[in-house]
Design a protein around this ligand. Sequence first.
Ligand code: PLP
Length: 438
Amino acid sequence: MNEARPQSLSSFWMPFTNNRDFKANPRLLVSAEGVYYKDVDGNSVLDGTAGLWCVPCGHRQPKIVAAVSEMVSQLDFAPTFQMGHPAAFDLAEKLMEFTNHRFGHVFYTNSGSEAVDTALKIALAYHKARGEASRTRLIGRERAYHGVGFGGISVGGIAGNRKPYGVMLPGVDHLPHTHNIEKNAYSRGEPEYGTHLADELERIVALHDASTIAAVIVEPVAGSTGVLVPPKGYLKRLRELCTKHGILLIFDEVITGFGRLTTPFATDYFDVEPDMMTTAKGLTNGTIPMGAVFSKKFIHDAFMEAPPGIELFHGYTYTGHPVACAASLATLEVFQEQKLLDRAKEIQPYWEDAVHSLKGLPHVIDIRTIGLVAGIELAPRAGAPGARAFAAFKKAFADGVLIRVTGDIIALSPPLTFERKHIDELFGKIGKVLMTLE
Ligand code: PLP
C-alpha cells in the first residue's frame, strides 16, 4: 500500500466531477515540479493545461514557494477591513505596472467567481452612485463561463451550470456566441467570420433601452467552453457600442490573463480596453487562491464622491490575504526575471504548428489556436455527447499527459515555461490517443 494514498475517497464531494466514475478509477496527483506532475503510482504526467489554466510559471517555482513560506511564518493573516498590511498595497502598485497603467485600482477577491460577482456589483453600484439607478440589466454571452456564483451563472451561458438551480439574477440577457465551424474551421488567431455578431448588442439595447443596461461581460477568448476565439474586430466593435450607450464593458480575464495569449492580458493582445477586468488563477501562479478586479479610475472616482464613510459595502474576510499577496508579488517577479512573455512569444509559432499538425487525425473536426491556447474539437459519438473527449482525457492521463476536455473539445494551455521537447511529447501522445480512440 502506497503511503500517499488516501484512506478513503468517499467523503470528499468533488467539484465538476463524475464522482462515482472517479472513485471507481481515481487519478491522484501527489507532487509537481516544473511542467510535470507525479501521480500516486510514481508516474510522470506532463501538464498540458497548467493545472486548471492557472500555473503560467510552472510548478513549485522556488521564488514563489519561498515567498509563501516566509509570509506564512511572519504574518499568517491580517484583516483588510479598516486596516491593512504592506504586501496588499505593494502588490496593488505592482499590478498597476503589470497592467500597463490601463487601470487605476484593484479590488482583491479569493477566486475568479468572486471577482466576477464583485465586478458585476461594482457596475451596478457605480451607476447608482451616479444617479442612474435604472441601469440594472447585465448582459453576458452564450457559452460563457464566469464562475459559479449567482452573478456568474446568470451572465454565464452554459446551460448545464444554470439548469439545476432555477433561480437566476433577474434582468440578464445574452449576446450570441461567436463559434462557427462551418465558416472558421482550422483558424489560427482571430477568425475572419463573425464580427457582425457584436452588433447584436444594438438589438439588445433596442429591446431593453440603454438606460436599463449596466454592463456587458465577456471572456475575450472563451476558455471553459472550448477555446472560442473572437472574430477579427469583434471586441473593438463591442467596445464602441458600450461607449456609445454608456454601458460598462467588463473583460473576464481569469483565463486569458497572465500571459496566456503571450501578452500580459487579452486587453493588450486585442488592443481593446475594458472598463473593468476580472482575474484570478495566474495571479498567484495557482499557489494560493486569489482573484482581483481591476477598475478604471473613473469608476473608483464615482464612489469617492459619496459622503464620508464606507464607499463600497463589499469585501471578503480573505480579501488581500497576506500569503496570497506574497505569492502574487513573487509571481510577478518570476514573470519579469524569467522573461516569460518573451519565452511564450518565441515558442508560440512552434506550438501553433504542432497543434495544427493533428489535422486529419481520426475524429478531429476543428483545431483553433491563439497564444499558448489550443482547442481541438472532436466529432461527438452518436447519442453520447462528451463521451469521446472524456475517453481521450482518461487515455491521455494513463499515457502520462494531462489534457482538459469540455464537451467534445480538448482544450490545451501549457505553462509558459513549456519547451519544444514538451510540445513534441504532448502532441506525440495526443496523436496516439486519437489514433486509438473509438
Ligand atoms: N471566469 C472565467 C473566464 C473562468 O475561466 C473561471 C474559471 O475557470 C472563472 C471565472 C471562475 O474562477 P474560479 O474557479 O477561480 O472561481
